[in-house]
Design a protein around this ligand. Structure first.
Ligand code: ADP
Ligand code: MG
Length: 262
């Protein structure tokens, strides 16, 4: 027994009107399965709709991942935790994404090449898959964006727009010091998200070095206070993953800046 051609034609029309084109295909395919396995009408309807919803979620996640602006798409599954065993448990807990609904922050500290950007991207890809909007940029890029908005008198509007993103990533705090104005703009970004939406920051410097980056101990202290009030702080250790197997243990110039607190 098969559905009549008329019924299929009508289904195609209705699915098109609902902008749910996968329903036509799923309806035909699942109808045979449903007959063979004696599904109830309700089971059949649920199975057809489920196909459409999961396809939509997957394409939504793809769009969100593309829009996030990652330097490269990396996943937690590709991360070798044997190189960073101390953070395995913490990352596994954070991967659930509960930190996003609680508007908690994450700070990843550690020397260059230890996987900070990789882990942040992996967590953010999970966030995209869970339906959150994400924006990734370096600290320097953020300062450029905020300075632009400020110059055009649009800073409040830009901060309000950014609050609609469940997750904002600030990569590489500390590679370049900020001007005083830039540090103040950055402080406003942190304040505007405080207890509203999550931030993830990475830095090669311990918090004690942030005063130098923001050119002002008081601004740095007020900012760190807001960031870590509800945050997980993870410290990555060891030699650069990039330099593994090259007979170079670590870069001497980097050791001195990156490991003063260890
Ligand atoms: P950081 O941001 O700390 O400087 P990255 O995350 O950019 O370091 O890592 C440098 C490179 O090494 C990237 O290509 C990253 O994917 C890779 N990498 C670093 N650590 C690991 C790891 N533990 N497992 C797999 N790849 C890693
Ligand atoms: Mg990095």
């Amino acid at each position: 027994m098969t559905s009549s051609d008329d019924t299929m034609k009508q289904l195609r029309y209705l699915a098109g009107a609902l902008k749910a084109p996968r329903i036509t295909e799923a309806a035909g395919r699942l109808a045979e399965q449903a007959r063979d396995a004696n599904w109830t009408h309700e089971d059949y309807l649920a199975a057809v709709l489920e196909r459409e919803v999961s396809a939509r979620n997957a394409s939504g996640a793809r769009l969100r991942i593309r829009a996030a602006g990652f330097p490269a798409v990396k996943t937690l599954e590709d991360f070798d935790f044997d190189a960073q065993p101390a953070i395995r448990q913490q990352i596994a807990a954070l991967a659930s994404g509960a930190f996003l609904t609680e508007a908690r922050n994450i700070v990843l500290l550690g020397p260059p090449g230890t996987g900070k950007t990789h882990i942040v991207t992996g967590l953010a890809v999970k966030a995209c898959q869970a339906g959150h909007r994400v924006l990734f940029a370096t600290a320097t890029d953020w300062v450029t964006r905020l300075t632009d908005a400020h110059r055009h008198g649009l800073l409040p509007r830009e901060l309000a727009r950014l609050r609609r993103y469940g997750l904002i990533i600030v990569d590489e705090v500390g590679y370049l010091p900020f001007e005083q104005d830039a540090a103040n703009l950055f402080f406003q970004l942190v304040s505007s998200r405080y207890e509203h939406a999550s931030l993830i920051l990475t830095s090669n410097l311990p918090f004690s070095g942030w005063g130098g980056v923001f050119g002002d101990q008081a601004v740095a202290a007020a900012m760190i206070d807001r960031i870590v009030h509800h945050a997980d702080v993870l410290t990555l250790k060891g030699a650069s993953y990039r330099l593994r197997g090259r007979g170079i243990d670590s870069l001497p110039s980097i050791r001195t800046t990156a490991e003063p607190d260890s």
